[in-house]
Ligand binder design. Sequence first.
Ligand SMILES: [Zn+2]
Length: 129
Amino acid sequence: MEPPKIWREKRERYLAIGIQCQDCKSKSFPKTSFCTKCSSSNITEYRLATSGKLLNFTKVTSTSKEMNSYAPFFVGIIELDDGIKVTGQIVDCKFEDLQDEMRVRMVFRVLARNGEEGLIRYGFKFTPE
Ligand SMILES: [Zn+2]
């Protein structure tokens, strides 16, 4: 990812900001400039719910060169309490601790480091409640 894109998305990435359509009231994430359901541009930003339940999960043992130093790690699909579904890494637990439908909460962590002196990308991950 090029630095300009990182900085452009930084605020949404840090704050987990989605959009809510003022016409049909649907919510979506990541942020877009129009409603993904009815295409209205009458939207406002809102902060995603910070907890939810784990719908499914898996252990990643091999991935891209950039992320391989973090493997093995766990990723899951989380349904937040506001109904938005997001994918995210699940941290601070053992794989055996994870169960479908378990409660998880959002935490802010390093997502990746680009090289020894490269950019550090932060964002949200999840941990069991
Ligand atoms: Zn809409």
